[in-house]
Design a protein. Sequence first.
Length: 297
Amino acid sequence: MNILIVGQSVVDKIIDKGNVSIKPGGIFYTVVSMLSQANNWDNINLCSSIDKQNDKLFEPAYSKIKKDFLVYVDSIPQVELQVDGIGERKETYSQIANNLLLPKENLNQFEGILINMISGYDISLDQLEQLRAGYNGLIYFDVHTMSRGVDENLNRVFRKIKDFNKWAECIDILQVNESELLTLSIKEKEEAIIGELFSYSIEQIIITRAERGATVYFQDNKVIKSYHKNALQVETVNKVGCGDVFGAVYFYNYIKNKNVSLALEQANLFAGIAATYSQTSDFINLKKDADEWISKK
């Protein structure tokens, strides 16, 4: 398969119970998770930006993909993540990066395009509309930090996304968590928001629910149906990157098999294993650790 991943590379400064660590973040987690699914004959392409200062942080994953659309910039953003509390983490950016430069030619070489709005400004609505106009395959869209505005101190706070209906018209598979879902509509009930989103011709809506698993909504003869999968029962050590793992694993498996239930099961498995990791370097072992988990069942 030939898959394009779009999203910002970001340096994570993670504060957890007073401990501070600097790690590769942003689209890194999507890339390393997609690699955990890929075969030797697959091409994983990345549209992102990187800087010389942090090149080595991302090298374990980026060295294994095609980098025709990876550009070097003076500096990439750093985000401070406070993850030691219950519920949504607090995010503060050092800077907001410019929109990425998307490829415009030969788009239909890709079986799928995964867009992860890491910074919320990874691409513009105009860029997405142009991409949709020139591409016939599946577009997977993780709302991520697009759901958060920016205050004067570069803190990211939840707010309603302006004109999300226009974004939705260009998307085939949408991923949100429960907080992000509420930023897509003036409606407040999950069922009502789901109904509205399907009116824009989205094919699937995935809601990740942390320790309660994930739900995929889809339509069958215009009737809304869903699959739900409970989260893997693990001792959670890590709260960073698990949604990115979920999205990459789901999308790869759905493209491969066109089976919602199977893709959901695989995504939940790998996201659950990622929640047990204490080091970013552990993510390189996702496939091996998933195989070991399955063998012990």
